[in-house]
Design a protein around this ligand. Structure first.
Ligand code: SIN
Ligand code: FE2
Length: 203
């Protein structure tokens, strides 16, 4: 049996189809204001296969020269990030027992061949407030480990409308996306998967 770390929550199908469609429209508006860009690994400059943008006061970005960081502006256009849609702020409030609102919403767009290597979310000053993550579009294979890279990992599928909370012992757990399963959702007309990750950054 796979034992999930304390504080990890997977809420399958938390968003119904109508809520998913409404959210996709909101994300389209975010992407219109803040286009998806191709992030790069620090130092090597190797491009990530996931394209990204953000909404919120702060956005998570990475490139060859400056590496992983949060900043208030888009790295390509230089414009301030658009605000986090009110529906996502409401979701955060309803699911998390915190009075601190999220400051960053990372928008990850996976083509059907994209993946994300195992990593910890640790660029935030706040390591306590949970991370809230939503899946839209094609199903992915999500891998969750422990707080040490060498810890055993387990895998679970995340489908469109699923919500994941990395809280408690899982806040600093290694995680990644091993693969996308093409044609497993009709939500996004051109396939792929969108992941929205809401985070508190400052203390
Ligand atoms: C991430 O860890 O930034 C993304 C996780 C996911 O796509 O589900
Ligand atoms: Fe992450």
């Amino acid at each position: 049996m796979q034992v999930l770390p304390k504080g990890f929550r997977h809420l399958p199908g938390f968003l119904d189809r109508a809520a998913q469609e409404a959210l996709v429209e909101e994300i389209r508006a975010v992407v219109a204001a803040a286009p998806l860009y191709t992030p790069e690994m620090p130092r090597t400059g190797q491009p990530l296969s996931v394209r990204m943008t953000n909404c919120g006061a702060l956005g998570w970005v990475t490139d060859r020269t400056q590496g992983y960081r949060y900043q208030p502006t888009h790295p390509v256009t230089g414009a301030a990030w658009p605000p986090i849609p009110p529906s996502l702020l409401a979701l955060w409030q309803s699911l998390l027992a915190t009075s601190k609102p999220p400051e960053a919403c990372l928008v990850n767009f996976y083509s059907d061949t994209a993946r994300m290597g195992l990593h910890q979310d640790k660029d935030e000053a706040d390591h306590e407030t949970p991370v809230l993550s939503l899946s839209l579009g094609n199903t992915c294979l999500f891998r969750l480990g422990g707080q040490d890279r060498k810890d055993r990992t387990l895998s679970l599928k995340l489908a469109s409308g699923d919500v994941v909370v990395l809280g408690g012992d899982s806040r600093m757990a290694f995680h990644g996306v091993d693969r996308i399963y093409p044609a497993t959702s009709t939500l996004l007309k051109n396939g792929g998967r969108i992941n929205l990750t809401l985070r508190r950054v400052t203390i």
